[in-house]
Design a binder for this molecule. Structure first.
Ligand code: GNR
Ligand code: NI
Length: 174
């Protein structure tokens, strides 16, 4: 397993649309292992492959609070096949948009079709934080970030802050 570097806004790769995986083979499983390790180290509750610079439709998630009891989920080519009309609001964050949080409305429940770690077709009925998180991750696969749901003003404020942070970091390092 290997720790990967998480891409941060304004890195343009985050706006790429990821391509479907043809076969869940050892290469894809290695990618999922690396992603899970990177997500745990961050720490985060979800990670899309594009966040480590790989434009493939692969997502990992683990919502377990307890670090001792891991509960990893692996999604290859996830697709929302149904979503509730009812929306709920959650305070979202993103490892690619560090230290920024905002309340985002999304469908409360959804059904997701995907291939698991072994390439087996699965269907999961998601609600609560699981539903919010899988929708956030599938958005990543389509180049969408949670800030896209905010007003232009709020979105620009966050982008400005991150650009400033990046410049300051470069000033310290150089
Ligand atoms: O770690 C994460 N927490 C989180 C909280 C609320 C809604 C979505 C998320 S996902 C995020 C990790 C991440 O950036 N995944 O893409
Ligand atoms: Ni994210």
């Amino acid at each position: 397993m290997a720790l990967k570097e998480i891409k941060i806004l304004p890195d343009k790769i985050l706006r790429e649309k990821s391509v479907p995986v043809e076969k869940v083979n050892n290469e894809i499983r290695k990618l999922m292992d690396d992603m899970l390790q990177t997500m745990y180290a961050a720490p985060g509750i979800g990670l899309a492959a594009i966040q480590i610079g790989i434009p493939k439709r692969v997502v990992v998630m683990d919502l377990s609070k307890d670090k001792e009891k891991k509960d990893p989920f692996y999604f290859v080519n996830p697709e929302i096949v149904w979503k509730s009309e009812n929306l709920v609001s959650y305070e979202e964050g993103c490892l690619s948009i560090p230290n920024q949080f905002a309340e985002i409305d999304r469908p409360e429940k959804c059904h997701v079709k995907f291939l698991d770690y072994f390439g087996k077709q699965q269907l999961i009925k998601a609600d609560g934080l699981f539903s919010t998180c899988i929708q956030h991750e599938i958005d990543h696969l389509n180049g969408i970030l949670f800030i896209d749901y905010l007003s232009k003003l709020k979105k620009n404020m966050i982008i400005k802050k991150l650009s400033k942070q990046k410049k300051e970091l470069e000033r310290i390092i150089v």
